[in-house]
Design a protein around this ligand. Sequence first.
Ligand code: HEC
Ligand code: HEC
Length: 440
Amino acid sequence: MVVTVVLLGACKKDKVPTNYDQDLTEVLQAASPSGSKTSYVMPESNDYANLPNQDATNPITAAKVELGRMLFFETGLGLNPKYGVSKQTYSCSSCHVPSMSFTAGRFQGIADGGVGFGDHGEARVKNNQYGGSEVDAQGARPLPTINLTYVTNALWAGSFGSFGANIGTESVWNQDSLVSINNKGLQGLEANNHRALIVHRQVINKDVTDSLGYTPMFDAAFSDIPENERYSLQTGANAIAAYFRTILTNRAPFQRWLKGDNSAMTDQQKRGAILFFDKAGCKNCHNSPSLNAMRFEAVGVNNLYQSAYDVFATNVNDKRNFGRGGFTQRDEDMYKYKVPQLYNLKHVGFYFHGASKTSLREVVEYFNAGVPENPDVPASQISNKFKPLGLTPAEVDDLTEFLTNGLYDADITRYAPTSVMSGNCFPNNDPQSRRDMGCE
Ligand code: HEC
Ligand code: HEC
């Protein structure tokens, strides 16, 4: 009897499963700025007091969030199109589609000058009436408008926002009428959204809020602002900023695991997370609750104009090809891009600022190889943290699974409205999109 027990014990000992929960906790403690895994936990979306990086001039309230949630999708604001045929057919969310984790569903977003939607934005094409340079499209893949409470400086180049990374860049704020808004002392989202409404050919004033039915919502959200300034691009931008700060992927498996549910992630996802925060060195750049950073690094990827896709309104001279340097005009910032957040990339389908990769596995393989793909980026600019990692194929699988499903909040469309005040179809309202979306 005793012999049997010893034998069984010995046999079992060789197969004792690794305690991934313990191992992951330890690597997180080592990686965390606070020494605790809790620093990666996102707040609840309605816990306004704990949403970081709010603008002192724009504290979050429920009335603002509710208004912003509609304005972001409101095709009725599309009142300044290049051609009349597109009037009130597009919105912010033409390029930030909820079911695609608030990206465009394609390599490039098209708002004014685009037609069609498909199932989730993938079928949008240029309206034949528009020349290629006339459409509203940008020379980079749209960033997802999720987890933005961790973003103090908006865009891949970090151009918008008077604080954070932009302290010390004041001398370039007057280079064009868009970034001059930084002189107003706003956080990145409040500044970006104001300029985005202009760039994306939208209008907000009292006539517009009256005709679409938003005036009472502006009154509820901005009763502290004098009436002659209450119905404006800036108040609309502020409402959208408040809404953005509540869009958090706080139900993703990794978030649930961090909050104590060890069964929320699979063993493979836990192995991938351990690699992310340890051997693979991802945390050397991606290390906040959203796994973003307000830092700029060059990893040498291709630009959108260099892709094989049919892209509009960009070319070899696009400022966006120079990353942070295109904004600061400093040599040391050339080709460096913001370290983006990493949640809910599963269905996005196009990765990096130039959409040069179409699967998360390709992205992981790119980091594992550590070889820049864009010959125009001088080696001196490439981050010294971008180097071959020596991950085995099984480790690449594990890391990919952590990114794909461990960081995926499956219920992200809970943040989208069910209707907007105009009653219009959204995110698009052109005849083809209306058919695609079942609006008629
Ligand atoms: C035509 C497509 C398009 C439309 C319409 C659009 N966006 Fe974007 N958005 C983009 C692209 C592309 C980027 C990334 C551009 C860059 O970084 O250079 C982006 C980036 C952003 C960011 C920065 C996120 C970050 O992590 O830094 C915010 C915020 C944002 N958009 C908000 C809005 C708002 C608000 C509207 C409506 C007023 C809007 N967008 C309309 C394409 C679009
Ligand atoms: C040197 C800093 C650095 C390191 C280390 C790093 N990243 Fe990144 N990561 C970035 C930057 C910067 C970008 C955006 C690059 C661009 O588009 O120009 C990025 C982009 C990404 C993207 C694409 C996101 C999107 O929205 O397109 C994924 C996914 C990603 N990284 C995952 C990882 C993983 C996994 C690791 C570890 C193997 C890792 N990163 C290591 C800096 C880094």
